[in-house]
Design a protein around this ligand. Structure first.
Ligand code: GRF
Length: 203
């Protein structure tokens, strides 16, 4: 399967996907990486892996719709089977989300439905949570609200700072995102009526 990855920053999840997809039996291939920021380090990771790396800055577009339309054109040129959001820090328009419905995945650093939006690690600490984690989900029009496919939990220790928790969560992100992408590429995963199915079983 052809995978296209959207990023805004460091791209450590992109790296995990690039590494996983190097295995001979991995059923997908990253065909391009697009960032909305020209200085996103993930673009360098893509180049180092020999993958097309494209910067499409949002700043010169007059509206969210105009940017998303330009993004759609760039993406569709690669005819991807799957579009993977990996730290793409932009809210997508309904038109964009509908265009890729059922083939758009996101990773969010919380145990959804808890802590949609930003600063999830600090919010988990402030709430006194004993556990925290990460969720991979299909993207729907509701921000961080689409059906969850897989979660991983981590403990929260009393002395944790947000950065401690972030690195603990990142380790799990790098484990579960390539796994879910693999399931998708194996055609074991789909979204039906806003419900995620694995091997035809509701998740
Ligand atoms: C991750 O924490 C991910 O859950 C969130 O954005 C971050 C991206 O990190 N959506 P990286 O760029 O993959 O290192």
């Amino acid at each position: 399967s052809r995978i296209l990855v959207l990023i805004s920053g460091s791209g450590s999840n992109l790296q995990a996907l690039l590494d996983a997809s190097r295995a001979d039996d991995y059923p997908g291939e990253v065909v391009a990486v697009i960032a909305n920021k020209a200085d996103a380090y993930g673009l360098t990771r893509a180049e180092n892996a020999g993958v097309d790396a494209i910067a499409l800055s949002h700043t010169s577009f007059g509206s969210r719709e105009a940017y998303d339309q330009a993004l759609i054109e760039k993406i569709d040129a690669y005819q991807p089977d799957l579009v993977v959001l990996a730290g793409f820090m932009r809210i997508l328009t309904p038109g964009f989300v509908q265009h890729y419905s059922g083939k758009l995945l996101n990773i969010h650093p919380s145990l959804l439905p808890k802590y949609q939006g930003l600063n999830t690690h600090q919010r988990a600490i402030d709430a006194g949570d004993r556990e925290h984690g990460v969720s991979v989900h299909f993207v729907t029009e509701e921000l961080d609200g689409g059906p969850v496919i897989l979660q991983a939990k981590v403990p929260v220790f009393p002395e944790d700072q947000a950065s401690d928790l972030a690195s603990r969560v990142h380790e799990q992100e790098h484990r579960i995102y390539p796994l879910v992408v693999k399931w998708f590429c194996q055609q074991r995963l789909c979204m039906l009526n806003d419900q995620a199915l694995l091997d035809n079983q509701p998740l």
